[in-house]
Design a protein around this ligand. Structure first.
Ligand code: KIV
Length: 271
């Protein structure tokens, strides 16, 4: 068991303290009890119940189809497993856009039914009213700017965002607005490292990057990608720490062979 188990629970304040002390924040996604228990035990600071569950768990081509009920189911399973990490749950597409009352109701459902510790939503100026309304109920909010996958059909591509001056200026403006509105942290996805560094320097809340370079306050990856389970997804920013797809394929193949050849179960594996 990891020594991290003995350390105190991570809160939104811990993350802000980490930024100010220069300790980097580690964040990974999880969507189920078993993985969340392993990830928490290994010492992760933040677990994101990401709407990437729509791709990773359900096989959709985008994050748009996952529902609030499905996100709550995933978050419930994760929260049951976690002792130390801060659990942040994504508000799914359609559960908050354009209507701050709806955003508040969706967030309350996540906090009440899943007992998550915070919510995350995508966007800047477009969602500021919702951020304020959610915060008015005492629910911590994490922002998400840059490549925001819920807008993929507007972008038309998963390529790097905010490369031109106009989009970079909007991103900086949005980041300031989210901080002023009271977000406790912001995710920056797939933007130039220099721009991400500028935003992290400018804000007093933590900036957590994915494909945003090293000069931010923390890093997040999708668990199944970094474990090497999703081989078809190959962005430059992804470091694979395991080749789990190959390992699992080998193990399942061996099991099939053992069943067919009557090697499994042997005499000590029966009653
Ligand atoms: O849903 C998700 O996994 C995310 C991360 C990529 C930040 O939002």
């Amino acid at each position: 068991m990891s020594h991290y188990k003995d350390l105190k629970k991570i809160t939104t304040n811990t993350l802000i303290e980490m930024k100010h002390s220069g300790e980097k924040i580690s964040m990974l996604t999880s969507y189920d009890y078993t993985f969340a228990q392993i990830v928490d035990d290994a010492g992760i600071d933040v677990i994101l119940v990401g709407d990437s569950a729509s791709n990773v768990m359900a096989g959709h081509i985008s994050t748009l189809p996952i529902t609030l009920d499905q996100m709550i189911y995933h978050a419930q399973s994760v929260v049951r497993a976690v002792n130390r990490a801060l659990v942040v749950c994504d508000l799914p597409f359609g559960s908050y856009q354009g209507d701050s009352k709806n955003a508040l109701i969706s967030s309350i459902r996540i906090m009440k039914e899943a007992e998550a510790h915070a919510i995350k939503l995508e966007g800047g100026v477009e969602v500021v009213e919702s951020v304020k309304r959610i915060l008015s109920a005492g629910i911590p909010v994490m922002g998400h700017l840059g490549l925001t996958p819920q807008s993929i059909f507007k972008f038309g591509t998963y390529s790097v965002r905010a490369k031109d001056k106009k989009e970079a200026e909007k991103l900086i403006h949005d980041a300031k607005l989210l901080e002023e509105a009271g977000c406790f942290a912001i995710v920056l996805e797939k933007i130039p490292a220099e721009l991400a560094a500028e935003v992290a320097e400018m804000l007093s809340i933590p900036v957590i990057g994915i494909g945003a370079g090293s000069k931010v306050d923390g890093q997040v990856l999708v668990l199944h990608d970094m474990l090497g389970m999703t081989k078809e997804f190959n962005p430059r920013f992804l470091r694979r720490y395991l080749n789990l797809k190959e390992e699992i394929t080998k193990a399942v193949g061996k099991y099939v062979e053992d069943v067919k050849t009557l090697d499994f179960p042997n005499s000590s594996e029966q009653y």
